[in-house]
Design a protein around this ligand. Structure first.
Ligand code: E4P
Length: 226
């Protein structure tokens, strides 16, 4: 499973890329607004750091989505155009996919919606886990079901587990068979954490330092007997 960052913050992306563990980035209008720069500038900067950068349209009608999607796709070869799971979003997504643009269909909450995205040749389907958990339903079960349906139908659209809220979601997404998990930077940081790693590191350091302490020369009398 590939690990993507769900952020538009350049310092977070730079760190994740520096660790060698991040393969892509998902943005949305909320994340771009939080980063505080205009959409095009920010997406181009992110594309300069790594491939697989999802950038979302805000238009609602097919023709408008097409114009906006083509404009976003022209920004950089690393861009994946994100369209909403609506009839207009999918109609425009189909044209974009036919033109060779990689399309990420977002705001997916059911297997049927995922089947519709596959039908237009989407590169990625993004089921939202956390937003379903937020309404007291099991968001990860939708990921499991989409993966299962896609496997049974030999569908190659990649399943991207989105709206992840914590490290356990990442583990569950991997066990569900998701192709990609996108996560906030804090969740990526949390993936590194284990108290036994910290304790082990501390002990190795202490033992190493002890081994470097000077030892009495072989055969020398202990100082106390002199
Ligand atoms: C990513 O593609 C989605 O836009 C994002 O994961 C949504 O996350 P949220 O539900 O935490 O806003």
């Amino acid at each position: 499973m590939k690990l993507f960052l769900d952020t538009a913050e350049l310092d977070e992306i730079t760190q994740g890329v520096g660790w060698g563990v991040v393969d892509g980035v998902t943005t949305n209008p909320t994340l771009i607004a939080k980063a505080g720069h205009d959409h095009e500038t920010q997406v181009k900067k992110i594309c300069g750091l790594l491939g697989n950068v999802s950038a979302e349209v805000v238009s609602e009608k097919k023709d408008d989505i097409l114009v906006e999607g083509r404009r976003i796709a022209s920004w950089h070869k690393n861009v994946i155009v994100k369209v909403p799971l609506t009839p207009d979003g999918l109609a425009a997504g189909k044209v974009l996919a036919g033109e060779g643009t990689r399309v990420n269909v977002t705001l997916c909450f059911s297997v049927n919606q995922a089947l519709l995205a596959a039908a237009i040749g989407a590169f990625i389907i993004s089921p939202f886990v956390g937003r379903v958990d937020d309404i007291n339903e099991d968001g990860m079960q939708i990921v499991r079901d989409i993966v299962s349906a896609y496997r049974q139908q030999n569908i190659t659209t990649k399943v991207l587990a989105a709206s992840l809220r914590g490290p356990l979601h990442v583990t569950e997404a991997a066990l569900a068979g998701a192709d990609i998990a996108t996560m906030p930077f804090g969740v990526l940081q949390a993936m590194f954490k284990h108290p036994l790693t910290d304790a082990g590191l501390k002990r190795f350091k202490e033992d190493y330092l002890k081994s470097q302490e000077p030892k009495p020369a072989h055969g020398a009398e202990p100082a106390a007997t002199r």
